[in-house]
Design a protein around this ligand. Structure first.
Ligand SMILES: C[S@@+](CC[C@H](N)C(=O)[O-])C[C@H]1O[C@@H](n2cnc3c(N)ncnc32)[C@H](O)[C@@H]1O
Length: 264
């Protein structure tokens, strides 16, 4: 193995378990989509992905870029792999999408920005499937259902914006070098390509969950006055004592539409 010291600040935990790498490849959707990988690291997952699909990989670490360029010289030369040296969040800020045509995001994500990356993938209209390794806890938040204590803005967005969302399997710390402190999971999300994530909706949900164990009506006071909340609750038939995790995604969507249109 290359003598590379993993950098904590970039969330580097290299996946070494070939059984898990095979299982990720088997989970790839059977379609003609392009593939985007975020954080190819030492290229173990990249090596497997590029056998099947043309792809682009975004890597922030200069030292790794050097290694990847020589490891994948042939694939780069043949145009099967595009290696982009940048912070992927900056790339998204600049160009709104990570690829011009439809693509699937397949990656072992840096955990310090995993949630942010998944939300950006929801906003990116070219991204259709998301198959990513994240902390198990994060995967559970994205797949949580109403009334589950973990149900929050992430579960609501997933519920409203996707056709399918589930945890495919868990991955123990020993599968990585160095091992992370947490259990990981492969999260699979198939987006509904007819739905688009409105940034304001995300902001509204954040306000609704600012104090997740308090009554929703209390959290709503940061976006609506008390009379408007009462009126909205009455019209939408919402119980005054309800807590944020007890309200369905579609009800949140209706509430947001009202707040946005000033109909309250
Ligand atoms: C968990 S490691 C995964 C490495 C490799 N894909 C694997 O499975 O072994 C996360 C990777 O994301 C890269 N990374 C961290 N922050 C990044 C960012 N903002 N933009 C692009 N890549 C980033 C790290 O340098 C590292 O290579």
């Amino acid at each position: 193995m290359e003598k590379v010291k993993a950098k904590k600040q970039y969330g580097q935990n290299f996946l070494k378990d070939t059984t898990i790498l095979d299982k990720i490849i088997q989970s790839m959707p059977n379609n003609n989509n392009y593939v985007v990988e975020i954080g190819p690291g030492l290229g173990d997952l990249t090596k497997n992905l590029v056998k099947y699909k043309d792809m682009t990989a975004y890597e922030v670490d200069t030292d790794l870029i050097g290694i990847l360029k020589s490891k994948f010289a042939i694939e780069i030369e043949e145009g099967r792999l595009k290696l982009i040296h940048t912070d992927v969040l900056e790339a998204w800020d600049k160009q709104k999408t990570l690829h011009d045509g439809k693509y699937d995001l397949i990656a072992n994500l840096p955990y310090y920005i995993a949630t942010n990356i998944i939300l950006r993938a929801f906003e990116d209209r070219a991204c259709e499937n998301i198959i990513v390794m994240v902390q198990k806890e994060v995967a559970e938040k994205f797949t949580a259902k109403v009334n589950n204590k973990e149900f929050s803005s992430l579960g609501i967005i997933t519920d409203l914006m996707s056709i399918d969302a589930r945890i495919l399997f868990d991955v123990p710390p020993e599968s990585f070098d160095p091992p992370p402190k947490v259990i990981s999971s492969i999260l699979y999300i198939k987006k509904d390509m007819n739905k688009f994530l409105d940034k304001d909706f995300n902001k509204f949900l954040k306000a609704c969950f600012v104090q997740p164990r308090k009554k929703l009506s209390k959290n709503l006071t940061s976006v609506l006055d008390k009379n408007s909340i009462s009126r909205m609750y009455e019209e939408l038939n919402v119980d005054d004592n309800v807590r944020p995790h007890e309200v369905s995604s579609s009800l949140y969507s209706q509430m947001h539409t009202r707040v946005k249109n000033g109909r309250n």
